[in-house]
Design a protein around this ligand. Structure first.
Ligand code: ZN
Length: 675
């Protein structure tokens, strides 16, 4: 889709509501309604709860009207009405869910969560509604366009995968299982989140090797103890820098016990419920169900993919491991192997000593402000768009808001909520608010990150994260211009979703891009030699890191591609760790008990690597034409990003590449033969 077409689509007139009164025999008129939420109207928990309750009533009425409709279903009438209901629930539920992660008022966060849960029940009821399924099945698609046909096909598949075509008793059991799975999954996540453990240190000397600001932030408490928690900002620097080997080992032990033993029974219940669900719907196991609508398509294909990447990474993992062992032996000549608690520490030493890459030096050149300006400029130039301030209400004074324009046409809107505060979501993500619908509503999303403010230094890895999330954001904006909600926005297959975000990260490895914004306090640009050493160091550890990712993917698959009765968590997890990595599991740990993706991603952790393989392939076009080539960027925007979920991901990528998708470029990179 080119810019002109987007303009045309956006100004397209609304489809008139169907079924005007034609006398007593006419079928009842179906509502076509797109719910809109104004943040100013839901500034308190009470207001949000009231709005949500009102909307739920309207959604239930809308659903009842669709279910009792006895006329002949048409695309202009029935399908438009049904889709407007999906879109409306999406707007309210996503806004509530997003606010539950970012709002400064704890009560409002709880209200947001409750609202999202309430509306997810309406969605479950819709997914199991026989009248809706029957009506959609009867739609005549012979005269319609490809996107509408694809939307209907996709919706029918999602009904089938939900189990809509089963008998009443089975559907009732499915509904019960779905509710249980949500509750068990929340318990699994909560057990991880709330199980914060602490390493007690006796003196500041135990922190030898750690950066000064870390030591300053970890001074003895009134009892004279220094507490290091298992939370990310505490634990990762400790693994990387703490000189005391025995303390790192203790920390790895604490970290590997999170969620245990509580999650042993919880995980068992979770995989059993999903196994039963999959069998009721007609699959052998849950992995079959969850891959059925993905690019990979089956657990066998996923297993083959994992095996394929394993094959590319054996030699490079061995080489890297030998480098670590050699470095370890400089300090400890008797070392026979590198232990799991030594991995980050020694790897970081090799990076500094052999590649001259010191994150403490690099971070002086990056701030939130200069990174934001750099990313805005890059995206504007590359994709021919303009970012302007958007005057609107937000949930906190730190939140910035912008509009994205193509010429005079507004494509979408977004929030940047980029700095930490109490009670806020602690990782980095794009939160959806409104899914764009052609001629009806503009896409709105928020980037939620936790970076230092203004001109303070930020880590280079945070710049990479910023770009990654911005990749999701522009995908959401460009994709949100289709007629139907299930094909508009980021609605492509799940195993494609991380491709645009991972590909955009590539631009930080381009000196011409980075030197335009990376400046230190004195205004000096990041030196070219320093950037070159960062590029040289970039793939050091890629073999070991990819093998670790593959071990997670293999574990995630293995938990769900068999009868749960066959699974012993400890032995399965240890077996897979030994098969994929060089590092012996630390005895007494149970790392699977804090592997949160086993809930949210179930069997499909492989999707990260799958998306990355596709991102690497798509990036070959930029490598060949130049990273600032606007024709290639335009083709990528129109054929891939703007496609959303309106056609299979494989088709859009093939269209952009002008050939079939190949995993060879990623294989080359993994083998150390790329770039
Ligand atoms: Zn992502």
């Amino acid at each position: 889709m080119n810019k002109k077409m987007i303009a045309l689509l956006l100004t397209a007139t609304f489809i008139a509501a169907c079924g005007k009164d034609e006398g007593p025999v006419a079928a009842i008129e179906l509502p076509i309604r797109y719910a809109a939420v104004n943040l100013a109207d839901i500034a308190t928990a009470e207001a949000l709860t009231n709005l949500c309750a009102n909307e739920e009533t309207l959604f239930r009425e809308h659903l009842a009207a669709l279910e009792s409709y006895d006329g002949a279903p048409t695309i202009a009438g029935y399908y438009t009405s049904l889709d407007s209901l999906f879109a409306s629930i999406g707007t309210v539920a996503q806004t509530a869910q997003s606010l539950s992660g970012v709002h400064p008022d704890a009560e409002l966060r709880t209200a947001g969560e409750a609202c999202a849960q309430l509306l997810s029940k309406v969605e479950t009821d819709m997914s199991l509604s026989r009248p809706l399924y029957d009506a959609v099945s009867q739609l005549d698609v012979t005269e319609t366009d490809d996107v509408t046909r694809h939307s209907i096909k996709k919706l029918l598949l999602s009904f089938q995968l939900a189990g809509v075509d089963k008998d009443d008793a089975t559907r009732e059991r499915i509904r019960e299982l779905n509710d249980n799975i949500v509750a068990i999954g929340q318990e699994f996540d909560r057990n991880i989140r709330e199980d914060v453990r602490y390493l007690e240190l006796e003196s500041v000397e135990d922190l030898a090797g750690l950066p000064d600001d870390y030591i300053a932030a970890h001074q003895p408490n009134e009892d004279g103890k220094i507490l290091i928690s298992t939370q990310y900002p505490d634990v990762f620097p400790f693994f990387e820098y703490a000189d005391r080997d025995d303390l790192r080992k203790k920390m790895v032990m604490l970290y590997g016990l999170r969620g245990y033993p509580k999650n042993e029974a919880v995980l068992r219940k979770l995989i059993e419920a999903r196994y039963e669900l999959a069998q009721l719907i007609g699959f052998n196991n849950y992995a079959e169900l969850v891959t059925a609508d993905k690019m990979a398509g089956s657990p066998e294909r996923v297993a083959a993919f994992i095996e394929e990447l394993k094959g590319y990474t054996g030699d490079v993992q061995d080489r890297e491991y030998e480098m670590l062992l050699a470095r370890l032996r400089q300090d400890d000549p008797d070392a026979e192997r590198v232990e799991t608690w030594q991995r980050s520490y020694v790897q970081s030493k090799v990076s500094r000593e052999q590649y001259g890459v010191d994150s403490k030096v690099i971070r002086q050149y990056f701030s939130y402000k200069n990174s934001r300006e750099g990313i805005f400029t890059m995206v504007q130039e590359l994709f021919g768009v303009r970012i302007e301030p958007w005057e609107t209400d937000t949930w906190h004074e730190d939140v910035e808001s912008y509009s994205l324009f193509s010429g005079d046409v507004e494509l979408g809107r977004f929030y940047l909520d980029m700095h930490p505060r109490e009670g806020k979501y602690q990782h980095a993500a794009m939160f959806p608010f409104v899914n764009g619908i052609q001629g009806r509503q503009l896409p709105i999303a928020g980037l939620i990150c936790n970076f230092p403010k203004g001109d303070e230094p930020i880590q280079f890895s945070q710049v990479v994260t910023f770009l990654h999330e911005f990749g999701h954001l522009i995908h959401w904006q460009f994709a949100g211009h289709h007629a139907w909600s299930n094909v508009s926005g980021i609605t492509s297959e799940w195993d494609f979703v991380e491709a645009p975000s991972q590909m955009l990260q590539e631009w930080v490895w381009d000196y011409e891009t980075v030197s335009q914004f990376a400046r230190n306090a004195a205004g000096e640009a990041l030196p070219a030699e320093l950037h070159a050493s960062m590029v040289a160091e970039r793939d050091f550890g890629l073999g070991m890191g990819t093998r670790r990712q593959l071990s997670y993917a293999a574990l995630s698959l293995a938990m769900y591609n068999r009868d749960p009765a066959e699974i012993d968590f400890d032995s399965l997890s240890e077996e897979i760790t030994r098969e994929f990595t060089k590092f012996e599991p630390l005895e007494g740990t149970h790392t699977w008990s804090a592997f949160g993706h086993l809930n949210g991603y179930s069997a499909i952790y492989y999707t990260y690597q799958w998306s990355l393989a596709i991102a690497t392939d798509m990036f070959t076009q930029f490598k060949a034409a130049g990273l600032r080539n606007v024709e290639v960027a335009g083709a990528y925007r129109d054929k891939v990003l703007a496609s959303g979920g309106s056609r299979p991901a494989e088709e859009m990528v093939t269209d952009f590449l002008g050939r079939e998708i190949s995993f060879e470029p990623y294989a080359d990179r993994l083998r150390g033969e790329g770039s």
